[in-house]
Design a protein around this ligand. Structure first.
Ligand SMILES: O=c1ccn([C@H]2C[C@H](O)[C@@H](COP(=O)(O)O)O2)c(=O)[nH]1
Length: 216
């Protein structure tokens, strides 16, 4: 290795010119090694897209729904989180309503506030226009309406388990109609709207992401 192009640093102190000079004389000293190792950026740090979906997954863990837990995380154009939500009963109704799933009787679907709605309501006044939403389940038609009316431009989702239902087909149609960017769990854009992948959301990462997010 060419010593003139790299600095040296002891394991227990700051870099200084004298150390750099000395270290040329003591290459075998165990306290000295190349700063290029210490100062190089970590490659395996958590990328934005993985982090935001991980936040959505964490939010889903707060859900009291015994059957399906959903989390959503809204991110603005500066990559700042502006809202997080999970599916939950309306404020003040916790513990007072049923989580029964049976659609013919009094059931949770009549009451539950979806994760997307809660994320939008939890922004403390921040504008969601132009934001991206990371959500663990593809949004239903009602949530798609909120997403569209709020001006959210991208929806990145993990599961599409209800894709065959009319509400979810309608949702996809609406999002596509308005040109929202829809990105699936393989990191492929499935809705037309933008010509480019999201930052950090490219094919190379697809395999990785699957491992990180796992099953919901
Ligand atoms: O876009 C959506 C769709 C559904 N949810 C919530 C609402 C319910 O709590 C569950 C769905 O319950 P199932 O037992 O799977 O029918 O998911 C949501 O938050 N966002």
């Amino acid at each position: 290795m060419d010593n003139s192009s790299v600095a040296f640093v002891p394991t227990h102190g700051p870099i200084s010119q004298s150390i750099k000079n000395e270290s040329r004389l003591c290459d075998s000293c165990p306290l000295v090694f190349y700063t290029s190792v210490l100062t190089r950026r970590r490659d395996d740090y958590l990328k934005d897209s993985k982090y935001f979906m991980a936040v959505a997954l964490l939010a889903a863990k707060r859900s009291e729904d015994p059957n399906t837990q959903v989390g959503a995380c809204i991110v603005n154009q500066e990559n700042k989180i502006v809202g997080i939500g999970h599916n939950q009963m309306p404020n003040g109704c916790d513990g007072k309503l049923t989580w029964a799933r049976d659609r013919t009787k009094d059931n949770k679907h009549l009451y539950v506030c979806h994760a997307e709605l809660n994320a939008i309501m939890n922004t403390n006044g921040a504008d969601v226009k132009g934001c991206s939403m990371y959500v663990t389940l593809f949004p239903c038609n009602e949530c798609a309406k909120l997403i569209i009316q709020g001006g959210i431009k991208e929806v990145i989702y993990l599961s599409d388990m209800y894709e065959d239902r009319d509400e979810f087909k309608a949702s996809k149609s609406m999002l596509e109609l308005v040109g929202a960017c829809i990105v699936n769990q393989e990191n492929k854009i499935v809705g037309i709207g933008h010509n480019q992948m999201l930052n950090g959301y490219d094919d190379e990462e697809a395999e990785d992401n699957k491992h990180l997010y796992g099953e919901i």
